[in-house]
Design a protein around this ligand. Structure first.
Ligand code: GRF
Length: 203
C-alpha cells in the first residue's frame, strides 16, 4: 500500500515506520511525508531516506477546511492509500476523517480510552496508575476515540517524570505503529461498517 506519514516534529515514529517498510515482506511503502511545520527534524529524516516531502503550513491557511483540502490534494497527487499521523499535532476536520475512514491511523501515548488529549503523560503521572503505554488506532471524528488496532503496555516507575515516561512509551510506539501499519496495509485488519476492528483470520 502507498503510505503517507504526516508529522509536526522530531519524527522518531516516522523513522520507525521507514525502517519497517524496508523489510522485504512489508506490505507498505512510504511515498510521501507531509509536515505542517517547516524545518522540523522529521523532514530531514525523510529527505535522508529519499522520500518526497511537502510542507503544508497551517499558519498560511485561513481555515481548517482549506488546510485539510490542501493536504487532500497532495495525498491525491501521490496516489496515497493509507495515512499515518505520527506526532501530527493538528486536528483534521470531519469531511477529511470521513473520506479516509479505515485508512487513517494515529498513535497516542496512553492506553486509550484513558488519558485522551494532550499531555497524556502528565495525566498518567497525576492519576498514579502503575502502567501506561501507547495506542495505535483508526482516526474517528471524535478525537482519540477511533477503533483500536494495537496497544503496548509499559510500566510506570515511581521515579518517572513526564520525560522518562514519554521516552519509555515512545520505545513502545516504535514497535506498535509499524506493527499496526503492516496489519492495515496487508489487509489483515480493517475497519468494519460498524466502526469495529475486523481481523481477516484465514480459517
Ligand atoms: C509521540 O509520542 C506521539 O505519541 C505523540 O507525539 C509524539 C511524536 O513523536 N502524538 P515523534 O515526532 O514521532 O518523535
Amino acid at each position: 500500500a502507498r503510505v503517507a506519514v504526516l508529522i509536526s516534529g522530531t519524527g522518531t515514529n516516522l523513522q520507525a515506520l521507514m525502517e519497517q517498510v524496508k523489510k522485504p515482506w512489508s506490505s507498505a511503502e512510504i511515498v510521501l511525508v507531509i509536515s505542517n511545520r517547516p524545518g522540523v527534524e522529521g523532514l530531514k529524516k525523510a529527505a535522508l531516506a529519499g522520500i518526497p516531502t511537502r510542507v503544508v503550513d497551517h499558519k498560511q491557511y485561513g481555515s481548517r477546511a482549506e488546510f485539510d483540502s490542501t493536504i487532500e490534494r497532495v495525498l491525491e497527487e501521490f496516489s496515497v492509500e493509507v495515512v499515518c499521523l505520527a506526532g501530527f499535532m493538528r486536528i483534521l476536520s470531519g469531511p477529511f476523517v470521513r473520506k479516509w475512514s479505515g485508512k487513517l491511523l494515529n498513535v497516542h501515548p496512553s492506553l486509550l480510552p484513558s488519558f485522551k488529549g494532550v499531555n497524556a503523560h502528565r495525566q498518567v503521572l497525576q492519576a498514579g496508575v502503575r502502567v501506561s503505554g501507547c495506542t495505535v488506532h483508526f482516526v474517528a471524528e471524535e478525537v482519540d476515540a477511533g477503533a483500536i488496532i494495537v496497544q503496548e503496555v509499559v510500566p510506570v516507575m515511581v521515579s518517572d517524570t513526564e520525560d522518562s515516561l514519554s521516552e519509555r512509551v515512545k520505545e513502545a510506539e516504535h514497535r506498535a505503529f509499524p506493527a499496526a501499519l503492516e496489519l492495515v496495509a496487508s489487509g489483515t485488519v480493517r475497519l468494519g461498517e460498524d466502526n469495529k476492528i475486523h481481523w481477516n483470520t484465514q480459517e
